[in-house]
Design a protein around this ligand. Structure first.
Ligand code: SF4
Ligand code: SF4
Length: 180
């Protein structure tokens, strides 16, 4: 968990459920054993560096309004070098389909298509690539796997999952781009 001058995690602890914590071998989608849900971290002073460094987008800036507070939305939004990742509380797997979230996610997908950025909804280990016209439900994607998009111009017309080690071969395919 992180902090911000303007915003505080307060009663939110959702990242301690949805994120994987490598140092603790904590899987995605399950509460960290050190988390007191809704209250905070029992080992706060000695928490792993990756926890200390983590900040969700709602906490980081004022771009997302109070409706997006993760404890309320059940969604933890982060950015990656590929685009936007929306991690959904597996206990509320359809939270991202509610409004105002669904419309905003669609708007990010439209912007993403113009700027070669991906918008991925992550529910546990399941990933859904969202584009303006499609949802590519890619199922469970492991840490050593990547999403490869098939592009027609800037439009995503297909998406598959490949092992990261196979990427060199597939990235030569016309129009394919990888992410993940
Ligand atoms: S999800 Fe965001 S607001 Fe919630 S505890 Fe984590 S960093 Fe704080
Ligand atoms: S160690 Fe603390 S901050 Fe890190 S995931 Fe567990 S409860 Fe959250």
């Amino acid at each position: 968990m992180g902090t911000s001058d303007e915003r505080q995690c307060g009663d939110c602890t959702l990242c301690c459920k949805v994120m994987a914590i490598e140092a603790l071998a904590k899987p995605v989608g399950r509460w960290c054993t050190h988390c007191k849900p809704g209250r905070g971290c029992a080992i706060y002073a000695g928490r792993p560096a990756e926890c200390e460094a983590f900040t969700c987008l709602w906490l980081a800036d004022g771009l997302l309004d109070q409706r997006w507070k993760p404890s309320r939305s059940k969604l933890v939004v982060t950015t990656s070098e590929d685009g936007v990742e929306i991690r959904c509380d597996p206990g509320s797997p359809n939270a991202w389909r509610r409004e105002p979230y669904a419309a905003e996610i669609r708007a990010w997908a439209e912007e993403g298509e113009r700027n070669d950025m991906t918008v991925v909804v992550i529910i546990g280990q399941r990933m859904i690539l969202v584009t303006p016209e499609h949802e590519f439900d890619l199922g469970i994607i492991g840490p050593d796997e990547r999403i490869v998009r098939e592009l027609d111009g800037t439009k995503v017309v297909g998406a598959t999952v490949v092992r990261a080690t196979e990427l060199d071969a597939t990235s030569d395919v016309g129009g394919a781009r990888s992410t993940g």
